[in-house]
Write a protein that binds this ligand. Structure first.
Ligand code: TRP
Length: 330
């Protein structure tokens, strides 16, 4: 039986943090034997919120190194850069005819972005339409599944609508993709808020042990646990969330000893820092290997683009034929 296909995408945000790992990468790695995976670096999407492209190349390299360090096998699952596959732009243009502006305005994820970034009345045309570009990213590979977080679900719904519309008008070309939600809720940053590069509360997959330790030791815990022997409340402690994820076998002990006051925050954090450091050790090794020779990464992206382009150009041939575009034999 043919393997189902997955398209995973992320904007090139540079080095990955534990939040990216738990929220996306870990899932991608887990899914990669069972399905046929395509991994997209969405560099055009990055332009929607940042027109300064000085760091784009480095951010792409850094992110791709972390993907591989985290366990994505580029032989098995091609990794490629969106802007290298021009067919995405062509399909985006065609899809943009199939969707109304009022439908795009109803997209809650976009509404939220407009509010958060203060873009009321001055959002760019490209930013406004980026969910349509995302639909093209997904449908051009005829992906069955798209691993995403909750916030991206409206975009998958939009891709499904566009697929239905296209198929209804021009004949069956696209399957309707489904969102594959990540199980683990968002990982808090060292300040207890959502982990995010822009907030500066991240722990990076590439952080050396000293850095991990420094960040963990300065993270907030239960504000009511002031003295070592004060009873703690694991349910409100950021460090405890990390233990749940990265140190699950010790959870009952940590929970009991924190509650009783037998375990102090300093010891609890030291234990976690050690765990994280051990966990990330193979990531650091792999990263060091790739950093020694960046042409390895460029080669991976080149090979990935070749494989992606094969699929994308064959889908586009089908699309043009279905839409009777570019027929010159009159
Ligand atoms: N829009 C996604 C984000 O902002 C990134 C993305 C682009 C994507 N194309 C995709 C995600 C295709 C999944 C599938 O994070």
């Amino acid at each position: 039986m043919k393997k189902k296909r997955i398209l995973s995408g992320m904007r090139p945000t540079g080095r990955m943090h534990l939040g990216n790992y738990v929220g996306a990468l870990e899932n991608w790695v887990r899914l990669q034997g069972e399905y046929e995976n395509f991994h997209l670096v969405a560099d055009w999407h990055a332009l929607t919120t940042d027109l300064n492209t000085d760091d784009l190349h480095q951010n792409t390299i850094d992110m791709v190194i972390d993907w591989i360090a985290a366990g994505i096998d580029p032989q098995l699952s091609p990794i490629f850069v969106q802007s290298q596959i021009k067919e995405h732009a062509e399909l985006f243009l065609l899809f943009s005819m199939l969707i109304s502006t009022s439908r795009l305005e109803r997209n809650p994820t976009l509404k939220e972005q407009i509010r958060d970034l203060n873009l009321e009345g001055r959002i760019s045309f490209g930013h406004f339409g980026y969910p349509v570009l995302q639909a093209a990213d997904i449908l051009i590979y005829k992906a069955d599944l798209v691993p995403v977080g909750e916030d991206q679900v409206p975009h998958i719904e939009l891709a499904r609508e566009i697929a239905r519309r296209f198929n209804g008008l021009y004949g069956q070309v696209f399957p309707e993709p489904e969102a594959k939600l990540t199980k683990f809720a968002r990982l808090p940053g060292t300040d207890g808020k959502r982990m995010s590069k822009s907030v500066g509360n991240t722990i990076l997959l590439s952080d050396p042990p000293e850095q991990i330790s420094k960040k963990v030791m300065s993270a907030i815990t239960d504000p009511q646990k002031i003295y070592r022997n004060d009873p703690g409340h694991p349910e409100i402690c950021t460090i405890f969330v990390y233990h749940q994820k990265f140190n699950p076998t010790h959870i009952p002990k940590i929970e009991n000893e924190c509650r009783s006051g037998a375990l102090g925050c300093v010891d609890c954090k030291r234990d976690l820092a050690q765990r994280l450091s051990d966990f990330l050790y193979p990531f650091r090794e792999k990263r060091a290997e790739l950093e020694k020779d960046i042409s390895l990464v460029e080669d991976i992206l080149h090979q990935g683009a070749k494989r992606a382009r094969e699929v994308a150009s064959s889908t586009m041939a089908e699309v043009r034929e279905a839409m009777k575009l570019g027929v010159v034999s009159w």
